[in-house]
Design a protein around this ligand. Structure first.
Ligand code: PAF
Length: 282
């Protein structure tokens, strides 16, 4: 595996691979790699000939009171994992080379990004779409991979790729879960033992919603009420949102039909966790 901080070197190496007829796969990350990232990397490895991973903790997507400073960093372990998973090229840029002092251009999706997490974390998705656009321009991948756990993020990235005619195809891979079904996230490391135990309630609530939909309940309000009951039983839980929406565009729905997004954002102590499931048929 080649590791580089240099934008010019990434462009050169990827350019050479493409000239040799290789398909370029790309997995952007913020490091602190876990099995969720590794499943994206394995999928990308299978589907492309030359695999690029980036590790960059993007300051632009963290609000002023969020966890940028304490976000987990473990580059040594990350590099070992990436080597083991046969990544060809690691892009590990410095922040001042990505955001030069005179940086003044931002990419903003204006519809999907205003909802759900966009409401609770103003500016977050603009930070994501700006860095992802930059990374796409640097790496020029054929295929790019994102996890379903960040479903709204993945939809927004699909949308900017379509609206702005990016050449890359966006692939969304399933959420990877712990044995007790908590969705894997680098932020799980912040949870105390008690919070970790309580956090299982999110998946219990999502499963209850799915069960109700399969049992022909069509009213999102009734389902959300049940989900809230499950989560608020946990003393450390504070609900940010629980939503049932159209899975295509995250628009509000009055009646459940077709592909439906069931999502939750819940604080356990100071840690905000998100999770979702997509239910396809009634
Ligand atoms: O999902 C993430 O880890 C980040 O939002 C991403 C896509 C790497 C952009 O910084």
């Amino acid at each position: 595996m080649i590791t580089t901080k240099s934008i010019a070197k990434i462009k050169k190496l990827v350019g050479e691979s493409r000239k040799n007829g290789k398909t370029v796969g790309f997995v952007p990350t913020m490091g602190a790699l876990h099995k969720g990232h590794l499943s994206l990397i394995d999928k990308a490895k299978k589907e492309s000939d030359y695999l690029v991973v980036s590790i960059f903790i993007n300051p632009l997507q963290f609000g002023p009171s969020e966890d940028f400073k304490k976000y987990p960093r473990n580059i040594k372990k990350d590099k070992q994992l990436l080597k083991k998973h046969e990544v060809n090229l690691l892009f590990y840029p410095q922040a001042d080379k990505i955001y030069t002092p005179d940086f003044s251009t931002f990419v903003q999706e204006k519809k999907i990004s205003k909802k759900l997490c966009g409401k609770s974390r103003p500016g977050h998705f603009q930070g994501v779409t700006t860095i992802v656009t930059k990374l796409f321009n640097i790496v020029q991948p054929d295929l790019s991979y994102f996890g379903q756990k960040d479903y709204q993020q993945a939809l927004i990235i699909k949308k900017i790729a379509k609206d702005l005619n990016f050449a890359t195809k966006i692939k969304i891979a399933p959420t990877i879960r712990e044995k007790d079904k908590l969705a894997l996230s680098s932020r799980n490391a912040y949870l105390s033992r008690k919070e970790r135990k309580e956090s299982r309630a999110i998946y219990r609530a999502l499963t209850q919603a799915k069960k109700m939909i399969k049992g022909k309940e069509k009213n999102p309000k009734i389902i959300i009420k049940e989900m809230k009951k499950i989560i608020t039983k946990e003393p450390a839980a504070k609900i940010d949102y629980i939503e049932i929406r159209n899975a295509k565009n995250l628009e509000k729905i009055k009646t459940i039909e077709g592909k439906t997004f069931i999502g939750a954002a819940v604080y356990f102590g100071k840690t905000r966790l998100i999770d979702n499931i997509i239910v396809s048929k009634n």
